[in-house]
Design a protein around this ligand. Structure first.
Ligand code: ATP
Ligand code: MG
Length: 391
């Protein structure tokens, strides 16, 4: 199977991981040779062309040499991990390890011993004592990805580690001093998580000493074509395709596309396009842009010169995307179903026809959103929206 990631785990990763961490590896990527890698990234792979990205990079260069904790915030695929590696590479810790841990991928029961290590016999199955990721990153940088998913009890422990600069292995009382710089990342707004009580405010302030906000790609359009050219060069070399040129129409579509999956999606699109292009040209027809065609339209109906209703809807949707509205899929579906059901005066057959769906599917949605009740739950009482429309 094709690998669409620029960072395939290296054999060295396993070498580093095994001595200290026998047994099944959690979903963790480590990067022992971070320095060498980052140097090669810097020479060939970092694209910061848009003025907004240049400002971000300048800020990164100022933050990196200090030992301050950094919080990187950005949508999926915006380059959070790449930025974390760059911070490490530009710090005085560059010769130490860079260790990346995805908090969302670790089961809650394992996370404490993975982070802080454990002593022999600390819990059933702890046959040997083992260093955790903090100890492994000693002298280097620990990257905690998806920090918003760290359970609350672990957040308390992490805060303590940051304050005391020492860890206590599970099953031990002996603190071990550690010298680790923490870089954390999140794709969710931690402010909101603090408001909702799922993220500790004190830890948030501690992590947020230096914050780096990565803009979504659609808000730094000056990066798009340089990234396209960068990934065209990478993949045409990797796939031994020789020189590949970009058609004007392909370039136009790439710039107009909103890139919901950001740089990761762009990389995948270019990789795929290079795979299927045959004649040294990357054309619009080689691009598999995942969201429907309507995103690429400009909002003007070329036939009539009028803004159409669908264009208005697109504009509203993009505004919602930019505001980071939560549960967007459910919320928009609920609004759609509700509006159609009301429009059809609660007639299910008409509503299903209007929406172009089956009555069964419609009924399931009406139940899900509480517009009608499940029959099995409603032996008695009336159903406010379930009018008799069984024709
Ligand atoms: N400025 C950049 N220049 C070149 N390539 C980049 C840049 N930023 C990100 N990339 C590439 O984009 C891909 C995604 O980056 P990365 O994995 O760092 O994103 P992420 O924000 O951690 O994504 P996710 O939220 O999915 O974990 C990687 O292949 C990375 O090399
Ligand atoms: Mg990541």
């Amino acid at each position: 199977m094709e690998n669409f990631s620029a960072f395939t785990p290296d054999p060295l990763v396993t070498e580093l991981r095994n001595p200290d961490h026998p047994g099944p590896a959690p979903a963790v990527l480590t990067f022992p040779q971070a320095r060498a890698l980052s140097l090669s990234i810097r020479a060939t792979a970092l694209v910061f062309e848009d003025p907004a990205s240049r400002l971000l990079f300048e800020r990164l260069e100022r933050i990196a040499p200090s030992d301050a904790s950094v919080l990187i915030v950005g949508e999926t695929g915006t380059g959070k991990e790449l930025i974390a590696r760059e911070i490490h590479a530009l710090s005085r810790r560059r010769r130490g390890s860079f260790i990346a841990v995805n908090c969302a991928a670790l089961p809650e029961t394992l996370i404490e011993s993975e982070l802080f290590g454990h002593e022999k016999g600390a819990f059933t199955g702890a046959l040997h004592s083992r260093a955790g990721w903090f100890e492994s990153a000693n002298g280097g940088t620990l990257f905690l990805d998806e920090i918003g998913d760290l359970p609350l009890n672990l957040q308390v422990k992490l805060l303590r580690v940051l304050q005391e600069r020492e860890i206590v292995r599970v099953g031990s009382r002996q603190p071990t001093p550690i010298d680790v710089r923490l870089v954390a990342a999140t794709h969710v707004n931690l402010d909101k998580a603090v408001g909702a009580g799922t993220f500790r405010e004190d830890l948030f302030y501690r992590l947020n000493v230096a914050a780096l906000d990565l803009l979504p790609l659609r808000k730094r359009p000056g990066d798009i074509l340089p990234l396209v050219r960068h990934f065209m060069a990478v993949y045409s070399e990797r796939l031994a395709r020789g020189a590949v040129a970009l058609s004007d129409e392909a370039a136009r579509q790439l710039v107009q596309y909103p890139w919901p999956g950001n740089i990761r999606e762009l990389e995948n699109v270019i990789h795929h396009a290079i795979l299927i292009s045959t004649d040294g040209w990357l054309r619009a027809s080689d691009l598999h842009l995942s969201t429907p065609d309507f995103y690429r339209k400009t909002g003007q109906d070329t036939e009539t010169g009028c803004i159409t209703a669908l264009d208005e809807l697109r504009t509203v949707l993009i505004r919602l995307f930019e505001h980071g509205t939560e549960n967007l899929m459910e919320t928009t579906e609920e609004i759609l179903i509700r509006a159609a059901y009301d429009y059809c005066e609660q007639n299910q057959v008409h509503t299903a026809r209007l929406l172009g769906t089956s009555r069964n599917i419609l009924r399931a949605r009406l139940m899900r959103y509480g517009f009608i009740k499940n029959r099995s739950q409603t032996d008695t009482g009336s159903e406010p929206y379930d009018c008799p429309d069984h024709h």
